[in-house]
Design a protein around this ligand. Structure first.
Ligand SMILES: [Zn+2]
Ligand SMILES: [Zn+2]
Length: 420
């Protein structure tokens, strides 16, 4: 019947004027509605502009095996931040080498040098390493909060500093021009990130060894994910103080070096190659997990879309939901404690979904679960893992502060709009 009406509309629109055309259209719509009254669908013809729609094809998922896991520190202050103590860059890099940190971004406060990090932190003769990847960056320190900038090569940080009191849209344009990764720091509490999340690529969901103080940051992360942002969660110790070389160098903050220092927490990235750019790309795309320290196990989170036993995607990846059940796998890699059961808490779309325990007898602590993401609308899953703390001899007080928190994953995404 609909075909007939459509045909009539074509004929009528061809031979009548606009007013008559509109009237004819209304009549046809009314008739059409009468025809379909028995069906349970809307009578008004109103379409909610916010209703989820089909996204069309999404970019293919990158290889799960072609890459390297690298661990790093993304929030640290050296002597170029005025309130730091006993933390020259050479000491920072030597420490990274000693504990196996692959990459680091020294994020000194830019306001301490009026934005000129290029002639301070980056120009320091100690700012070089033959083995640790050194990212270029700074802590963008403004009256509206703090953010970290990450870049594989030097960029004009002064421009970002100068624009800090402008509107978000202006800042976002400058950031885009610079081609840098911007990350929201300690998003709740003092100096919380007070700009639009439209201008950032990641969020600090685990600041310092004190895991328990990050609950509000996690809540903000879930809110941002729920709003459709594909936003990477990362860690950062925000350490300012190194251990004094001599008793005379001890400051009132020196005790912190033994409790919160490089790697508390540690951010793992699955990079395509061992380069600074690949680290930043992995951070941006979300193939990232965070562990309590460099020796703690790494959380890996995968999904098998067609249940053929082979994993097809990992955390940070975004696929179209097919309506079929998906098999998920969480595994811990590295220094796990034999004979121990780890607790895996699964969050789905910001809400607790399930809690599973790994088999204490298993060689690699693993849990699997199955769920069917909705075909229309967004779904995300992420996990946190609790269990025994891993000793960190170089920072012996940190284990007590992170407690039984082992690590967290980034989400696996379904139907997220890459053009959000
Ligand atoms: Zn800060
Ligand atoms: Zn800081």
């Amino acid at each position: 019947m609909n075909f007939v009406y459509t045909g009539m509309l074509v004929i009528m629109t061809a031979c009548i004027g606009n007013a008559a055309q509109a009237q004819a259209k209304t009549q046809l719509q009314a008739q059409s509605q009468t025809q379909t009254q028995s069906q349970p669908q809307t009578q008004s013809g109103h379409t909610n502009p916010w209703a989820p729609t089909d996204l069309g094809p999404l970019p293919p998922i990158a290889s799960l095996t072609n890459g390297v896991w690298l661990k790093g520190e993304l929030h640290l202050h050296s002597r170029h931040s005025k309130e730091s103590s006993n933390n020259p860059i050479a000491k920072v890099i030597a420490f990274c080498k000693a504990v196996g940190i692959d990459y680091i971004c020294i994020t000194d406060h830019d306001n301490h040098v009026d934005g000129d990090v290029a002639h301070n932190t980056w120009a320091d003769p100690e700012f070089r390493s033959d083995s640790v990847l050194l990212l270029y960056g700074a802590e963008w320190t403004t009256t509206r909060g703090h953010g970290n900038v990450f870049s594989a090569s030097p960029y004009d940080h002064q421009r970002l500093y100068d624009v800090r009191d402008q509107r978000d849209i202006v800042i976002g344009a400058v950031k885009k021009e610079l081609g840098v990764h911007l990350s929201a720091n300690h998003p709740s509490g003092k100096d919380h990130f007070g700009y639009s999340y439209d201008i950032v690529n990641s969020i600090e969901v685990w600041n310092s060894a004190i895991w328990s103080k990050n609950a509000n940051a996690i809540m903000i992360w879930d809110d941002m994910l729920s709003s459709g942002r594909k936003l990477t969660g990362r860690g950062g110790s925000d350490a300012h103080h190194g251990a004094p070389e001599t008793p005379a160098q001890t400051t009132k903050n020196s005790y912190q070096a033994k409790a919160n220092y490089i790697g508390t927490p540690t951010t793992w990235v699955f990079a395509t190659t061992r380069t600074s750019q690949a680290v930043i790309d992995a951070l941006t795309n979300g193939r990232v997990s965070v562990s309590s320290n460099p020796y703690a196990p790494r959380v890996e989170f995968y999904a098998d879309l067609d249940q053929d036993g082979k994993m097809d995607m990992m955390m940070g990846d975004n696929a179209k939901a097919t309506g079929k059940a998906v098999r998920f796998r969480v595994q811990l890699t590295g220094n796990t404690v034999p004979g121990t059961s780890y607790k895996v808490s699964i969050v789905k779309n910001g809400d607790p979904y399930d809690t599973l325990q790994t088999d204490a007898a298993g060689k690699i602590p693993t849990v699997e679960f199955t769920d069917t993401p909705a075909t229309i609308g967004r779904t995300y899953y992420r996990v946190t893992v609790e269990g025994p703390s891993t000793p960190y001899p170089q920072v012996p007080g940190s284990a007590a502060l992170s407690g039984n928190m082992v690590g967290l994953s980034n989400p696996i995404y379904f139907n997220f709009d890459p053009n959000f």
